[in-house]
Design a binder for this molecule. Sequence first.
Ligand SMILES: Cc1cc2nc3c(=O)[nH]c(=O)nc-3n(C[C@H](O)[C@H](O)[C@H](O)COP(=O)(O)O)c2cc1C
Length: 224
Amino acid sequence: MRIIIINASPRTNGLTATILHKIETALIQKNADVEYFDLCLLSMSQCKGCCTCYKTGHCFINDDAEMLSERIKKADGLILGSPTYASNVSGHMKLMIDRGHFVIEQSLKGKYCVSVATGENYGNKKTSRILNDLILYSGGYISDSVTINAPFNDTAPVLKKLDKLSLRSADRLYDAILNLRIYPLQKIFHRIIFSVGIKPFVIKKGNDYKGVTNRWKETGIGVI
Ligand SMILES: Cc1cc2nc3c(=O)[nH]c(=O)nc-3n(C[C@H](O)[C@H](O)[C@H](O)COP(=O)(O)O)c2cc1C
C-alpha cells in the first residue's frame, strides 16, 4: 500500500505538518509504505501556460513537479495538506495543482485521498473545498476531510484534537485502500464530470491533447 503525503505549508513544523506527520506515523504503524513531501523543499517552476503537456503527456520543465506527478501515479493513496491563505490554498499548493495536470488527465482515478485544511480563524472550509474539488474532479475518492483551526504558531490547545483526527484519517484511508471501498455518490459525480465536461472537451481538441488520451488509455479510462 503506497501513500503519498504532501505538505503545502512553507513551514515544515507548523500545524499542517504536525497533523500530516501524525497521520504518517499512524499509517506506518499499519505497515503502509509512506512518502512525505514538503513542497517548499522541492524545486518547482511556475506553469508557463503553454499546454504542451496535454500534447506530449509531460511538462517540458523537468523539475520536481514531474517527479511528484510520477510518484502520485504509482500511489494507492494521497494526502493533501494546506494552510489557509486568504481563504484559499497556499501558493505552494496552487503551484502543484497548476503543474500537476490532475483534472484533465484524471490522475487520481481510483485513488483514495484525504484533505487537510488548517487555519487560524476564517476560511479553512474554503481551502478544504478547493482540495476536495481537486480530488473529485481528478477522479479520486475523498476518504476523509479534516479542517482545523489553531492560534498561529501554537498547536498546544488542539493537540488532543490533532491526535483524534489524525487517527481517524489514517484509519479511514487505510481501510478504504485495503477494502477497495466504493463511494457510490462520488462515483456518480466522477461519471458526470468526465462524460459531460472533460471527455467531449478533450475529444474536440484532437491531436493537441494526445498526451491526455494516451494517459487515459494507460490508466484504463480507455476512451478513443
Ligand atoms: C499569508 C497568510 C494568510 C493567511 N490567511 C488566513 C486566512 O484567510 N484564514 C485563516 O483562518 N488563517 C489564515 N492564515 C493563518 C494560517 O492559515 C494558519 O496559521 C495555519 O494553521 C498555518 O499553517 P502552518 O502552521 O502549517 O503553516 C494565514 C497565514 C498567512 C501566513
